[in-house]
Design a protein around this ligand. Structure first.
Ligand SMILES: Cc1ncc(COP(=O)(O)O)c(C=O)c1O
Length: 386
């Protein structure tokens, strides 16, 4: 067993890049002033925060820096977008459309709105893991106020045709929010080219620390603030700004942008190597999301029949490899992932699914060591279960 486990769960979180840590350090100890203070130290901190806002806005193609609101991450950005856009102006009813395989940070506030007078349609992706614009068009109603479809799915890595979905939403007078937590930095993401009205970013998926993030809200769109208090972030998100965090977010994003042309094909090749090796070596296995026209380069979801994903995870952990499973264990009996069920993955296969996700520090050698270990684990468990 290697000294340190091989980490293959970058879609869960990433280590903070040392270059990002370096960029943050002065804002803990030297330029530590409250950015709302009017004296020099406060103004310096505010300058760094506003500079970070400009850099994030430039990276995502926003027309103006103040379209970017710094938040504590994906969950806060999603909650703010769903509740803040739906309830703006005191609105207490209307129709929302969300895709059925959204993260719970979108599904749960949407369900909460349902208990407060809104109605919701959960839009199923097709078997290839993609939300089809025709299906969205069929789900739209005259009173639809907001559509939320994630840019890239966190379990199967399929990318959604956001530009086409935005046209459909806008034709019916609704807004389009996208949860881009898994995609920003990893594939080109330009809010104006895609035509989205709001977008969620979270730093810990792209080598900034946990607890950093942003919400893009198109210029002029009113937003009901989710956090109220001191009126920071132009009254849209109160709370003393996390200056080191916003500097980290901007720095990490710029590094992703600078390195993507080399990094994305490198990761996609490793992803494809995993899928083709497993399909050629193991029977009764399915690669979820493989038929989508566009996919994230770093996620591969493998579903094995006759075994439990959790057993695979635990045995791989013992062998020194860290992967994820989409199933949730409730009162001792694992439930298959709702994402996999939504794309029509049979229950038996969904229960045996593992997500392997790659990143900046994954090497070819890691993958060549991982593949025989995975085959061994699955073979062993199947023999055991037979
Ligand atoms: C698609 C998606 N949305 C939202 C989140 C939540 O982000 P955070 O952990 O920053 O709250 C995650 C994280 O797992 C995610 O994958």
């Amino acid at each position: 067993m290697p000294d340190r486990p091989v980490y293959l769960d970058y879609a869960a979180t990433t280590p903070t890049d040392p270059r990002v840590v370096e960029a943050m350090l002065p804002y803990f100890t030297e330029v530590f002033g409250n950015p709302n203070s009017l004296y020099t130290l406060g103004r310096e901190a505010m300058r760094a925060h506003e500079d970070a806002r400009e850099r994030v806005a430039a990276s995502i193609g926003a027309g103006r820096p103040d379209e970017v609101i710094f938040t504590s991450g994906g969950t806060e950005s999603d909650n703010t977008a769903i509740i803040g856009l739906a309830t703006v102006g005191g609105r207490s009813s209307g129709h929302l459309v969300v895709s059925a395989f959204e993260h719970h940070a979108v599904l749960d506030p949407a369900s909460w709105l349902c208990t407060r007078g809104f109605e919701i349609t959960e839009l199923k992706p097709r078997a290839n893991g993609v939300i089809h614009p025709d299906d969205l068009a069929a789900a739209m109603r005259d009173d639809t106020v907001l559509v939320s479809v994630m840019h890239g799915n966190n379990e199967i890595g399929t990318l959604q045709p956001l530009a086409e979905l935005a046209v459909v939403a806008h034709e019916r007078g609704a807004l389009l929010h996208t949860d881009a937590a898994q995609t920003v930095g990893k594939v080109p993401f330009d809010v104006r080219a895609l035509g989205v009205d709001a977008a969620t970013l979270t730093g810990h998926k792209f080598y900034a620390p946990k607890g950093t993030g942003a919400l893009y809200v198109r210029e002029g769109l009113p937003l009901m603030p989710y956090l109220m208090g001191g009126g920071q972030e132009r009254k849209r998100r109160s709370g003393t700004q996390n200056v080191a965090g916003s500097v980290a977010l901007a720095t990490a994003l710029e590094l992703m942008d600078a390195e993507r042309a080399e990094e994305a094909p490198r990761l996609a090749a490793l992803r494809d190597r995993i899928a083709s090796f497993i399909l050629a070596t193991v029977t009764d296995v399915r690669v979820n999301g493989a038929d989508a026209p566009e996919r994230l380069p770093h996620i591969v979801n493998l579903a094995f029949s006759g075994v439990s994903g959790e057993d695979i995870l635990l045995r791989l952990d013992h062998a020194g490899f860290e992967v994820a499973t989409g199933s949730a264990c409730q009162s001792g009996s694992p439930e298959p992932s709702y994402v996999l069920l939504a794309i029509g993955c049979p229950r038996d296969l969904a229960l045996g699914a593992v997500r392997v996700s790659l990143g900046r520090y994954t090497t070819e050698e890691d993958i060549e060591r991982f593949l025989p270990a995975l085959v061994d684990v699955v073979t062993h468990l199947r023999r055991w279960n037979a």
